[in-house]
Design a protein around this ligand. Structure first.
Ligand SMILES: [Zn+2]
Length: 340
């Protein structure tokens, strides 16, 4: 399998921009997480620049934006790939500052509001109930409840706009001299927006196609019986419809070429996880919590366990709905999986 090519060896310093295609600038912003940066993009537009993704809504990110604004006078719109806080955090701040419109999909717009308000089932307690049902012990549940204050969405996305322009799958969004085609993907966020420009041969992939890490795909409390991994793999396979040499602009890591190779690598990665799970289920039925060590061969802290549980359940749901695993609910109310 041929490897990926990275045309730019260095990531731009925060507060600076780097041109990656005509009228397309790369910005990197620091993040206070294990994932330590996010990529944002500026697209040349009529008399100004459209901003794609915003960074989290804290003073550090805004100070870096201020440095960039020295060279930007007008921002007609802010486009969001999806609602996650590292992408959406400054959307309202940017829109207000420039009188800009917010453009995104309906799923992402409404989800940002729901998560900010802890509405529609977006609560840590609801997530923990799903994890308990999937075998997570009381100690872990307790530890996770304790860290929830630090990771609260509304602290990272202090405001969010109250109107938007809706982008639908297949829409063409004209930005300056170029037309960008909307590709809506699922599994990582409800209606994740990617934008592909045939003229430039560039795709803004957001979190759907990352070069060195596999995208987080988790079962969440609002859709506890969902099959997000199937949705993700189907969505990511659509990158094969783009040219082999398309320049991929991901939200984390460096821009790269080799989209088809990367899709194949991700498919292989998840196939390997499925095989490992099936192997682990040979002796007796197991819960998602018991299988964390199979999928993640390192010690996980409470924060990492939170995401790992969602991913483990997603893998097991995939096997179950594909007819490759059976499941049963014990008298303890806990779900266990066995090989089909
Ligand atoms: Zn994301």
């Amino acid at each position: 399998m041929s490897s990926l090519q990275y045309p730019w060896p260095e990531t731009p310093q925060p507060g600076t921009t780097l041109q990656v295609a005509p009228g397309v600038q790369w910005i990197s912003m620091p993040l206070p997480f294990q994932l330590d940066h996010i990529n944002l993009w500026l697209l040349e537009d009529e008399g100004g620049w459209t901003i794609v993704d915003c960074g989290i809504g804290n003073a550090d990110t805004r100070a870096h934006w201020e440095m960039i604004f020295k060279n930007i006078k007008r921002v007609p719109r802010v486009i969001l790939t999806h609602y996650h806080p590292d992408h959406a955090g400054n959307a309202d701040w940017l829109c207000k500052r420039f009188g800009a419109e917010l453009w995104t999909t309906q799923g992402e717009y409404l989800t940002a509001h729901a998560v900010r308000a802890s509405a529609a089932g977006y609560t840590v307690d609801a997530v923990l109930a799903v994890f308990k049902r999937n075998g997570l012990d009381e100690q872990h549940v307790h530890d996770m409840a304790a860290i929830r204050g630090n990771t609260k969405y509304s602290a990272l996305v202090p405001e969010f706009p109250h109107s938007y322009r809706r982008i639908l799958e297949g829409d063409t969004v004209r930005i300056g001299r170029h037309a960008w085609k909307a590709i809506v993907g699922h599994g990582h966020a409800p209606e994740h927006l990617s934008l592909y420009c045939p003229e430039l041969n560039v795709v803004i992939a957001g979190d759907m196609l990352l070069s060195t890490i596999s995208t987080n795909v988790s079962v969440w409390s609002i859709d506890p019986e969902g099959d997000p991994l199937r949705l993700f793999l189907e969505s990511v396979a659509r990158y094969r419809e783009l040219p082999k040499d398309v320049l991929v602009l991901p939200s984390h890591g460096k821009p790269f070429r080799g989209a088809h190779t990367r899709v194949a690598q991700l498919e292989k990665h998840h196939e390997a996880r499925f095989d490992e799970l099936k192997h682990a289920l040979k002796d007796r039925p197991k819960t998602a919590a018991e299988l964390l060590g199979v999928l993640f061969r390192r010690t996980l802290d409470a924060h990492q366990t939170f995401f790992a549980m969602g991913e483990a359940i997603a893998h097991l749901h995939y096997l179950y709905y594909a007819g490759q695993a059976r499941r049963s609910v014990g008298p303890d109310g806990v779900v266990r999986y066995a090989n089909a």
